[in-house]
Structures are given as C-alpha cells and as structure tokens.
Write a protein that binds this ligand. Sequence first.
Ligand code: SF4
Length: 375
Amino acid sequence: MTATKVTPAKTTSNKENLFGKSAKEIRQRLQAIGEPAYREKQIRDWIYVKRVLDFAGMTNLSKALRAKLADAFVIEPPATYHKHQSKDGSVKYVFHLEAGGEVEAVYMPMTKGVTMCLSSQVGCAQACSFCMTAQMGFIRNLSPGEIVGQAFAIAHDQQLEDPFNIVMMGMGEPLLNLNNLMKAIDLFTDDLGFGLSPRRITVSTSGHVRNLLKLGQYPKLPRIAVSLNASTDEQRNQLMPVNLRWNIAELIDACKQLPIPPRERVTLEYVLIKDLNDTPADAKRLVRLVANLRCKINLIPFNETEGLSYRQPSLQVIEAFQAILNRSQIRNTVRWSKGRDIGAACGQLATPITKRGADLRLKSGAPSRKAGSAG
Ligand code: SF4
C-alpha cells in the first residue's frame, strides 16, 4: 500500500458555493443577482459536462457576467487531502469537508469499468456491530454537493472520461439522508449533470423499510442493495439494531413491493461471519427466506479489522455455504472486497474526526466527459 498526502490548499472563500446546487437553486441564485434564469443551463454544462470550475474559463458567457459570477460565487467540490493506493488498484480517498468532518470514498477499477463507493453521512447512527463507521456514531448528513463532489473529485484525479458506476455503500445510511440522496441522484443522472443512467447507481441500505418504500416511488429508481447478513431475527438483532424496528420478514416484504424492472433483481448483501451466520443451517434458512423474492445474493466474507472481534470463515465454510445456495438455484456471488490492505473494504471505512491532513482543492481544468469540449 502507498499513502499520498497532497499539498496544502488555499483556504476557501465565504462566497456561496454553486457546486451541487440543483437547477432550480442555481436559477434562484442568478435571479438574486439580477441575471436571467436561462444562464443556469450554461453554468451547469460548464461545471459537470466540461468540468470547468473557474468562471473565467466559461467562455460562452460575457466577460462582465463572468466577473459578476466570480464576485458572488465559487464552484468547489469537497477537497481531497489524503489518498491511499492499494496494491489491488483501488484507491481510498479521505475528504476534508468545509462544513465539518471527513468522509471516505473508494475508487475501484473493475473488469467492466470503474465503480466508486461513496459516503452519504459523516459517521452513522445505525450501530451495525460489524462496521467501523458505526464506531464513529452519527455526526451529520452530507449535502447533495458533498455526495456528488466525491465522484467529481475522483473522476478528476483518475482522469475518467467514460461513465462509471456508483455504489452508495460508504459511510452512513443513505436512506437516512433521503432528500439529499435524491438530489444527488438527480445530479448524477441529469444530462447537464454527470449524465449517468440510474441503473449505474446502487443504493445500499441497512434495512430502513419506511424510506426504502419511499425510494421505491422515486421516478429515477436506482438499483437497490439490502444488507441482510442474517438468517434469523436473533442474529440480525445482534448485528444490526435496525432489525428491532423492522424485522427480516418486514424487510423481505418491502423488497417484494419495490418496482424493480422485470429483468433486474434486488441485491441482498450477506456478510459471512465465522461461527455466527455461516453454517449450513443458515444457508438453508436463507434459501427459504428469499424463496419468492427476485434477488441475487452477494456473499461477503467478513473483512477482519482491528477493533472488531468478528472473524472471517474459512474458504471451505464459505464454499459449503455457497454450494447450498447453488443447489437451490439462488443466484449468488462471493465478493472479496477490494482495498482490504488500505482499510477501504466493506465495513472498514471510518475517519477519526480529529484527523487533519494536507488539502488539495480542485480549481479548474478538470478533464471533460465530452472529449475536447473544455473551453
Ligand atoms: S453498515 Fe452501513 S448502516 Fe450499518 S453502521 Fe455501517 S455505515 Fe451504518
């Protein structure tokens, strides 16, 4: 593993940040400074399509307007101050946020393109006992700009021009920040945003059933992953306190109500933990639980982490568990997490809030997702 600290950055200004604002919010800000609302489309095109963050570079706006905008606003995604390169190709980014706190995101080159794992909250209130983020407790929700800013900064750093996949599986419970999550999905999917298909976005939940059903009504429905991790309520109560509010039966029932397109499936995540949920009896119960659910199961061998006493099952136990699912024709994959050597694997993300590091701020000249269109 290699860790990179980047050079200290300039301090940010007190001007309002347009990064992450919705179309409507930008129109309101323009009207407030006496400018026509239609400029909003031009500005969003520069920010997200051409990835130009400096008003001076927005060459289809008049010089006078560029100066006026620069007087009133800035365009600043969250700063990267620290990144860790894994030997498996993944990179963990730690973002220091102007509004307070730090979050982590992971860049993962896969056989079919790039996937980014992003955070939705600083810390998390869900208290899952196998997760390092839980140990931070809940600190605050991220704004839409702080969510999409993680992807923007990673795309800039990795010089990405092609569309990528997003998994909301970093720090936090995305469905407890539902309004900001939906605004972020709007920015990810808008043609004047990142232009991604909603099918490239996966939202993972610990099982907040009420908000899962709300998300199910959202027109730009992303893919859904549910963190199940147990075959009995007793086990799940121990692993995930959210189960005391909505038990496994209620969670599976909610999954069945989601308007998943005909050829798609809900993903169920099942972290395999030695001597806790990894027996053949667990596998058989799991088969029964999902009998009438269009799903696929990701089996995730627990990533052993300092500070957590759980252990990873042996390969033989993992294979025996999988064989039972296979015999029942339950679609499944064993997922070996990326970034284990840099603490970036599933369940390992956490930042001590006192940690501070050097700070790199994106300013301008980021690569455009439309080749040659940067102004
Ligand atoms: S697993 Fe997810 S929901 Fe549970 S504590 Fe960790 S970040 Fe929160």
